[in-house]
Design a protein around this ligand. Structure first.
Ligand code: OAD
Length: 234
């Protein structure tokens, strides 16, 4: 039976073939950097320059990377599927948007946005971020940080995401290791609500056993095939 509402959760694997590194694969970012140093509020308090430089490099990489066939297929599904398609991503890049998706829920924030740690203002940011940047709203000096969620901070849009998961009848996780909560728990939340669950990944993830079905292979091939099947032209 055709699902009336599909929730898709994506992770770094969907952008890997665009040239953006994943976190936990053998050459992933977390093999080169310590999470505590570059992705926590404590790391930022200790060495803000190191953290800004880390995200300056992520931002530059993101801007140079093209969307791939997986991003484009997900956008096509959002446009053409006769039911509802909710796209939640843990990725901070904008490749879903550049691949054609209009509605993207960025639960871990966005690298192309700045956040003022003083007043909470969020605005677009495409260049390098420096220690002496000034908030565009409250003009505080030195409170500008990347608008990304660090470990120990609450991911964005959680109420909206849980509401969508509660009413979906198909949940698909694409290119995510299932190692980071709350996203890693979405499959169980969806299953408890009676949804069918599907993992699409290069290899079985940490919580592959939680899914009803698993499709293995590079996202640029597996995702377009999955979408063609859903749209009835595969
Ligand atoms: P990970 O690096 O933990 O996992 C990437 C997943 O993508 C792995 O399961 C790979 O097998 C899979 N993968 C790699 N290449 C692929 C390909 N071409 N096609 C399909 N799958 C592929 O990345 P995430 O699960 O996204 O959070 O990580 C979750 C969070 O941990 C990130 O959002 C980030 C990180 O720390 C924060 O920084 C808060």
């Amino acid at each position: 039976m055709r699902a009336s509402h599909i929730v898709i959760l994506t992770g770094a694997g969907v952008s890997a073939e665009s040239g953006l590194g994943t976190f936990r694969d053998t050459d992933g970012l977390w093999t080169k950097y310590d999470i505590a140093d570059v992705a926590t509020p404590e790391g930022y308090a200790k060495n803000p320059k190191l953290v800004l430089d880390f995200y300056n490099a992520r931002r530059a990489n993101c801007r140079a990377a093209p969307p791939n066939a997986a991003h484009e297929a997900i956008a096509r599904l959002q446009r053409e599927y006769p039911g509802r398609v909710t796209l939640v991503t843990q990725n901070i890049d904008d490749l879903h948007e550049r691949g054609g998706s209009r509605q993207v829920i960025h639960m871990h924030g966005q690298i192309l946005q700045a956040l003022c740690a003083e007043c909470g203002h969020q605005w677009g940011w495409t260049g390098m971020m420096e220690l002496d940047d000034i908030c565009h709203s409250c003009a505080t000096l030195g409170a500008v940080r990347p608008d990304v969620v660090w470990f120990g901070e609450m991911p964005y849009h959680m109420e909206a995401i849980w509401a969508r998961i509660a009413e979906c009848d198909l949940f698909a996780a694409i290119g995510t290791s299932g190692a980071v909560y709350p996203a890693a728990g979405f499959v169980s939340d969806a299953q408890h609500r009676g949804a069918r669950t599907l993992e699409i990944n290069l290899e079985p993830s940490d919580n592959a056993a939680c899914f009803d079905e698993c499709r293995l292979g590079p996202a640029s091939e597996t995702v377009p095939m999955w979408v063609e099947g859903l749209l009835g032209d595969g």
